[in-house]
Design a protein around this ligand. Structure first.
Ligand code: F6P
Length: 347
């Protein structure tokens, strides 16, 4: 027998930086929605789509063929409806006009913070799904997109390591991670990087120079130095200037500045790569797709139960609801993983 639900129609949006796995979340949502005969619409470009009543009907026919594609078929943006007066009222009107019973917001800190406020301010049931390669949403051990991104970063480090070994050169690998170093820590450790620099750890560049000198004296002439873009304590030239609608400063650039600094201090050729958007795209891993499908299905189930202002979290090996308000903010790398970085690298 089909589950009975008062839920007739819901909206879905994807906001903030994209990642691999979002389309699989959408597929999970559509799978579950079809079971319960719930109509799903997908807003185009995050909150911008809700503000502009710009959407497309979402169904299994649309999501089935893109489950293993990266990016988001809905498009995304960093639109912040709380930045300008009156926009929340526009959202309230549009949601009413469209006769929505619920909304699923898929994204990172900024998207989920807006989702939580909307849940408080509007007569609308809202459920969030954590999605960011940074893996830094509080209250969940996993965010959609993280697994594929570390898979990408490990593959990139393995690729460049061979070249650096052949040429006996060090290489700085810059990865994303604005306020938290999950990508740097997990991918760096997995790829056996010699040095890993995280925003969560204090960084003394002179100490790095000394440790590299020591490595060179011991004939270890090819070291991988993974640096998260958000590492503090070292002034660097930013590749792009500006801030987004949430006030996030563009950070990329530390890798190249660090390369120049090390080259100068060590008088030895040092290479650098900025992995940038390469780490955000690509075919999602099997684990990612499985997790994403599960997150999507769970969000529909919570809405069916009449729940509101919750996020689907992955904790202790299963998916469970947590208050969305608690998921706002940033979760740093865990003390256990930081200890691994300290113990398994040479700084
Ligand atoms: O939001 C996640 C993230 O991957 C951050 O680590 C990074 O600073 C940011 O996206 C950059 O994305 P964009 O250039 O799209 O703003």
């Amino acid at each position: 027998m089909k589950p009975q639900s008062s839920l007739k129609k819901i909206g879905v949006l994807t906001g903030g930086g994209d990642s691999s796995g979002i389309n699989a979340v959408l597929h999970g949502i559509c799978l579950e929605a079809r079971q319960a005969e719930i109509e799903v619409i997908g807003f185009i470009d995050g909150w911008a789509g809700v503000l502009g009543k710009n959407y497309l009907p979402l169904s299994l026919e649309k999501t089935f063929s893109v489950v293993n594609n990266s990016g988001t078929i809905l498009g995304t943006s960093r639109t912040n409806p709380y930045k300008q007066k009156g926009q929340v009222q526009v959202i309230a009107k549009n949601v009413k006009d469209l006769a929505l019973d619920g909304l699923i917001a898929i994204g990172g800190n900024d998207t989920l913070t807006v989702a939580s406020k909307i849940a408080n301010d509007l007569e609308l049931k809202v459920v969030g799904i954590p999605q960011t390669i940074d893996n830094d949403v509080p209250q969940t051990d996993y965010c959609v997109g993280f697994n594929t991104s570390i898979h990408n970063v490990v593959a990139a480090i393995n690729n460049v390591r061979a070249t650096c070994q052949s040429h006996k050169e060090d290489i700085v690998v810059e990865v994303m991670g604005r306020e938290s170093g999950w990508i740097a820590a997990v991918a760096g450790l997995t790829a056996s990087s010699e040095f890993i620099l995280l925003p969560e750890m204090s960084f003394d560049v002179l100490n790095l120079v000394e440790k590299l000198k020591l490595r060179h004296e011991q004939n270890f002439n090819s070291n991988v130095i993974v640096v998260a873009e958000g590492v503090k304590g070292f002034d660097h030239h930013k590749i792009e200037a500006g801030t987004d609608a949430f006030g996030n400063v563009m950070l990329a650039g530390i890798g190249l500045s660090l390369r120049d600094y090390l080259q100068d201090k060590l008088q030895k050729k040092t290479r650098a790569i900025v992995l940038s958007y390469i780490q955000r795209g690509g075919v999602p891993t099997a684990y990612e797709v499985f997790m994403a499908l599960s997150f999507g299905r769970k969000a529909i189930k919570l809405l069916q139960e009449g729940q509101n202002n919750l996020m689907v979290a992955y904790k202790d090996g299963c998916l469970k609801p947590v208050p969305l308000a608690l998921a706002c903010g940033t979760k740093g790398v865990s003390p256990e993983v930081i200890a691994m970085v300290r113990e398994m690298t040479f700084l």
